[in-house]
Ligand binder design. Structure first.
Ligand SMILES: CC(=O)SCCNC(=O)CCNC(=O)[C@H](O)C(C)(C)COP(=O)(O)OP(=O)(O)OC[C@H]1O[C@@H](n2cnc3c(N)ncnc32)[C@H](O)[C@@H]1OP(=O)(O)O
Length: 418
């Protein structure tokens, strides 16, 4: 440990309403932010509505952590999840264990609130692994060269496309988004406020219209008025200027089928006076990448970790997900943070469900909760960690059997990040 001689700040507690502005001042200090009034109001509401943890030194806040109370799709179901956010420690108090003590408090709150999972988006990848978090979903940045017609290998859905009033979009799009939760793990359920503020940024509190010279949010849906859209896209456009060509920036696209997706991508790539379509976050198995007749026209311009996940209550998490194949294995699990998770357990998984019981039997596999968190949603297979020397296979074939049980048809993915 490289902490100062000064003792750690031990006074952990709630952040009452009257200290929300002080807490956010600390967040702005730590993140070097100067938000507009409406953005401050948006953050204030987000912090107020979730779990709020403060670390005090002599009455003043020296550390802040918030956690949104969300519901995350997992393979075959949904689970409550604490989405950690606003994590900030005063520059005068850094590296004294303030974050570590706030994370300890988060585990207590998760247990009290019945949240078997915690997740976050990491500002720096080096921070959260020590607490058992691991990157559980990957995201790709994709760019379509739309200076020429988008060439696709399948025929698009021929139903009509219509532009929606963004204010009415949440009610019309929710059913299509909700349907995606059943096959894509790693997605959050959304209420009306989340749609309005977080996805559509209707009040501009997240800086939507001002970001990179982009115009107002647009929503296009596939299918006739009165029917659940076969798909939709949320996007903004930017006119050509000295800085570059006209562009379409896609925030989200959901489709019920490959032809529905093809219709929406073709629409976005054909918007006049633009010659590029940029998509900030797509899953690595996005059908678009396979639909393109010319992969030079649809390029992955970046790829990296997206959501970090932590199994807080391993038993509850494992027993809530579905399993693609039967597996009966003894796992020796390390968890330096949450001892209730640690030890030898027999995992008995079948497509009908799973049990996780303590055992004295010899283990088939030894691993850390960090690796179990990484593979839980069906993203990275466990064998990658075994190849890296992070999982020990005592029984030949045990990694392959667990991978077969964890597998999902679709990679986990979420676009709900800042
Ligand atoms: C989900 C989110 O909100 S992500 C946002 C995280 N916040 C930020 O990036 C804002 C700016 N940074 C900060 O506020 C602080 O530096 C924090 C929150 C990252 C760390 O808070 P601290 O109280 O200094 O962390 P703490 O002292 O508990 O450190 C615990 C361990 O993490 C390590 N650590 C902390 N920050 C970092 C970092 N940025 N990179 C690498 N290691 C780090 C420490 O060295 C320490 O390791 P050790 O136990 O082996 O000595």
């Amino acid at each position: 440990m490289t902490h100062d001689n000064t003792p750690a700040v031990p006074h952990l507690g709630d952040i009452p309403d009257e200290d929300l502005d002080q807490a956010l001042d600390l967040v702005y200090l730590a993140f070097h932010l100067t938000p507009a009034d409406k953005t401050h109001a948006y953050y204030r509401q987000l912090l107020r509505d979730g779990t709020r943890i403060g670390a005090r030194d002599g009455g003043r806040l020296a550390g802040v952590a918030g956690a949104h109370r969300l519901t995350l799709s997992v393979p075959g179901g949904q689970l409550p999840c604490a989405a950690l956010d606003f994590v900030s420690v005063a520059p005068t108090h850094r590296r004294r264990g303030v974050l570590t003590s706030m994370i300890g408090e988060l585990w207590r709150r998760c247990a009290a609130d019945g949240q078997p999972l915690a997740c976050l988006w990491a500002s720096e990848s080096a921070i959260y692994g020590r607490y058992g978090f691991a990157a559980a979903t990957e995201t790709c940045r994709v760019e379509i060269d739309s200076s020429r017609p988008l060439a696709l290998r399948i025929a698009p859905d021929r139903r009509p496309l219509r532009l929606l009033d963004p204010a009415e979009a949440p009610a019309l799009l929710a059913a299509r988004y909700d349907a995606s939760l059943a096959h894509r793990a790693g997605r959050f359920t959304r209420d009306e406020a989340w749609w309005r503020e977080h996805v559509l940024d209707l009040d501009g509190a997240r800086g939507g219209a001002d970001r990179g010279g982009l115009g107002p949010v647009r929503v296009v849906a596939l299918g006739a008025d009165g029917e659940t859209p076969g798909g939709y896209a949320v996007y903004r456009t930017r006119p050509a200027n000295d800085g570059g060509p006209g562009a379409v920036a896609v925030a989200e696209l959901e489709a019920e089928s490959a032809p529905a997706a093809a219709a929406l991508w073709s629409y976005l790539a054909a918007i006049d006076l633009t010659s590029t379509v940029r998509i900030g976050a797509r899953p690595a198995d996005d059908p678009l990448l396979y639909l393109a007749a010319d992969r030079d026209q649809v390029r992955v311009t970046g790829q990296g970790p997206c959501m970090w996940l932590r199994l807080v209550d391993v038993r509850a998490a494992l027993c809530a997900r579905s399993w693609a194949a039967p597996a009966a294995l003894v796992l020796d699990l390390r968890d330096g943070e949450l001892p209730a998770n640690a030890g030898r357990f027999r995992l008995t998984a079948t497509p009908a469900g799973a049990t996780w019981e303590p055992t004295a039997e010899d283990p088939d596999l030894s691993l850390d909760v960090r690796e179990l968190s990484a593979v839980y949603l069906g993203g990275t297979p466990l064998r990658r960690f075994a190849h890296a020397g992070l999982v020990t296979e005592h029984t030949p074939g045990a990694v392959r059997r667990l991978d077969a049980a964890l597998e999902t048809d679709w990679l986990p993915f979420t676009a709900d990040h800042d």
